[in-house]
Design a protein around this ligand. Sequence first.
Ligand code: GRF
Length: 207
Amino acid sequence: LKIAVLVSGGGTNLQAIIDAINDKKITNASISIVISNNKNAYALERAHNNNIKNICISPKEFSTKEEYSDALIKVLKENNIDLIVLAGFLVVLPEKIIENYPNKIINIHPSLIPSFSGDGYYGLKVHEKVLERGVRYTGATVHFVDSGTDTGPIIFQKPVKVLENDTPEVLQRRVMEEAEWNIMPKAIDYIANGRIEVLNNKVHIKE
Ligand code: GRF
């Protein structure tokens, strides 16, 4: 399975995927390219340090969303990509890409979808809202990307306890360490090994 990982920031989820491939926790998959919308994303540095092809394609370089999505699709096709992984990617993916890659795009969201998800819920804001509401558990979700925001078929979720004195930063870190870096590699391994099937917009896992 040839993977493109799309990133915008620190790339800790990318690092988790790289490590899982190196540790053989992910089999039959390789990262063909890392694409960022942000030239300063440390995620690009991580790719470089692991000898993984990496480029920056910024929407700002294009006058229309159409041209941006055409540039992305061109690179994805040139690299014969089978699976697009959104790992901390903060750009709304153009519709044309979602149409070109049905159930071939996965995203990690730092909450138990549908809670604390949808427009405006990303990064630290998710954890601020979790603490504000006082829920006992939060967590992370890996799902297929469809035309909505955080609305595609759910693949894996992992709960994380919210603790008494959590700050948004402390909680974000725990959700990443205990949930995101676990279920993202697991989802990729399951897809790479034919263990995921989508029927009527529901994911069926072949254990
Ligand atoms: C994290 O909050 C993650 O939940 C979200 O993007 C943020 C950064 O991820 N998906 P990364 O460290 O760039 O992988």
